[in-house]
Design a binder for this molecule. Structure first.
Ligand SMILES: C[S@@+](CC[C@H](N)C(=O)[O-])C[C@H]1O[C@@H](n2cnc3c(N)ncnc32)[C@H](O)[C@@H]1O
Length: 361
């Protein structure tokens, strides 16, 4: 049985599954012995939950140490998303340079009727990496989901966002699930099993290498069941100045988002990264068809954590994100390799972005 909390909002209760721990500061400080909110007090009293959360923390620490110890140091992009990281991502979406969110919104607005005709109404809508859930909420009026399930690694931010959505849409039963879908994951038993529509917008699949992306899509295929489907948005290859500007905006919000990963790593690993000694770098690697984000050391420094340390020389980089850019043919091939049959694809007028609807095969 997964640990869960029930929150009553409107006519329905919103159930929150808290079996995953990673980036909720409230839960982290609770586990470590700091400040508590009522939900974390409940959890801290449950020894089994504490053990589960403890093992997630240990795994995160092992993963971070392994990445930082590689010759070319790296931190997985999922570590961007503590509470501040999730809010900074929302701000990135508002920048002039980040066309991704607007191009995708144009597709959902222009093709809303065709999307609901393809997907059918009243699906079980499962929002993967839901963030603030705003993109899924824009589909509520046409899809009229029988249940909305928001899955994310940034648990506290997710709970707050879905709490607001539940108040706005009291007739839709909602669940929040904390999970890391870069690994095997299971949806809790309360998630309706029929007609699951997995929703994965924002080109988040582009954060995985092509091999990892196929593995991740296969996990989604397993999660959606034989009568399920996937509605997914990906960014298309385009001229590098446009791409590079989108990942290095003039206000420095993407830079702050990238640098904030060091704060999150410090909190998880008890390391002593000084954010002031690093700078944001983003460039388009044409050979790999991906934007790469790095953090570059502005001075030679020693970074320590309990049981370890790493010496960085000035100019050395930590690779923090890949964001692969796709062609329609390349991406639909990837979906077919993952057990999906693509039935519809839509682009925006400027052909910057692609949304595909694919049925489980
Ligand atoms: C780029 S944001 C997209 C948010 C929203 N879906 C959108 O399109 O605007 C990626 C979201 O996925 C979540 N996320 C990143 N890696 C994840 C992982 N491995 N497992 C679960 N959620 C993850 C982040 O917390 C964040 O909310």
């Amino acid at each position: 049985m997964l640990p869960s909390n029930e929150v009553t909002l409107g006519r329905h209760s919103m159930r929150q599954y808290l079996w995953f721990w990673l980036s909720s500061p409230a839960r982290r400080t609770d586990f470590i012995g700091g400040g508590m909110n009522s939900m974390s007090v409940h959890l801290s009293e449950n020894r089994r939950d504490r053990e589960a959360f403890g093992s997630e923390i240990s795994q995160a620490r092992r993963e971070l140490v392994a990445g930082l110890s590689q010759k070319a140091a790296r931190i997985a992009p999922k570590y961007f998303y503590n509470g501040l990281g999730s809010r900074l991502f929302e701000a990135i979406c508002l920048t002039d340079e980040y066309y991704v969110t607007r191009a995708e919104a144009e597709i959902f607005a222009t093709h809303a009727g065709a999307i609901s005709a393809a997907a059918g109404t009243q699906p079980t809508l499962i929002d993967l990496g839901a963030g603030n859930g705003a993109k899924a909420a824009r589909l509520f009026s046409t899809l009229r989901p029988r249940q909305y399930v928001a899955v994310d690694i940034s648990v506290e931010f997710l709970e707050q966002a879905v709490g607001r959505l539940q108040a706005e849409y009291p007739h839709i039963p909602m669940l929040t699930v904390g999970a890391d879908f870069s690994e095997n994951f299971a949806l809790p038993g309360d998630v309706e099993t029929s007609r699951r529509l997995l929703f994965y917008p924002g080109s988040s699949i582009g954060n995985f290498t092509p091999l990892e992306a196929v593995q991740c899509l296969r996990r989604f295929r397993a999660a959606c069941g034989d009568d399920g489907a996937l509605l997914i948005g990906v960014d298309l290859v385009k001229a590098s100045p446009l791409l590079e500007a989108a990942y290095d905006d003039a206000l420095g919000i993407t830079a702050a988002f990238n640098l904030n990963v060091l704060r999150h790593v410090n909190a998880l690993l008890h390391s002593d990264f000084d954010v002031g000694h690093w700078r944001h770098r983003a460039h388009f690697n044409e050979d790999q068809s991906r934007i790469e984000m790095h953090l570059e050391a502005t001075k030679t420094q020693l970074v320590t954590w309990p049981g370890g340390a790493r010496h960085f020389v000035r100019g050395e980089r930590i690779h923090t994100e890949n964001s692969y850019k796709f062609t329609q043919r390349g991406f639909t091939t990837m979906l077919a390799q993952s057990g999906f049959e693509v039935t519809h694809c839509w682009t925006d007028a400027a052909q910057r972005f692609l949304v595909c609807y694919a049925r489980a095969q």
